[in-house]
Design a protein around this ligand. Structure first.
Ligand SMILES: [Zn+2]
Length: 151
């Protein structure tokens, strides 16, 4: 691993680790190097920075900033996808079912025991009520419900 002191055309200096000098050349040629301050891709090598008193093993604890960025964005896109799926599910339920609010358990029982015409419902219920419904053999599903502003 080689630590290079780099500099952009805007005069910002920063450091980056490379496997070897060829790795630097490759990334530089492909325009993969960018200034962390101004995003300029016109990056050139400044003087190599001497690192005195730093052992080889310690370097691995500080991965290159680009690797961390990639991991973060992958986690983000996964959450966005899940969010879209849940929002989609919510829309389907809202279209197909009647909202009964906190009276979900009561309404579910009415439907189950034939006191009212069968229809799809959704609403809120407590954990105790949900357990009681299950004990009575009433089928229902629980879905993560995102607040609308996030949907
Ligand atoms: Zn810059």
């Amino acid at each position: 691993m080689i630590l290079y002191q780099l500099q952009c055309d805007g005069g910002h200096a920063f450091e980056a680790w490379f496997r070897d000098s060829a790795a630097y050349d490759k990334q530089s040629d492909r325009g993969l190097l960018a200034c962390p301050v101004c995003d300029s891709e016109k990056v050139s090598k400044a003087l190599m920075a001497p690192r005195i008193g730093r052992s080889m093993g310690k370097r691995d604890e500080h991965p290159a900033p680009t690797r961390t960025d990639i991991t973060d964005s992958q986690v983000m896109s996964g959450a966005v996808e899940l969010r879209a799926q849940l929002a989609d599910l919510r829309q389907k339920i809202e279209r197909a079912c009647d909202y009964v609010g906190p009276g979900f358990a009561e309404e579910a029982r009415k439907i189950h025991y034939g006191e009212t015409d069968p229809h799809g419902i959704y609403g809120e219920t407590s954990q105790e009520e949900a357990k009681a419904l299950k004990d009575e053999g009433i089928e229902f599903g629980a879905v993560p419900w995102l607040p609308k502003e996030n949907a």
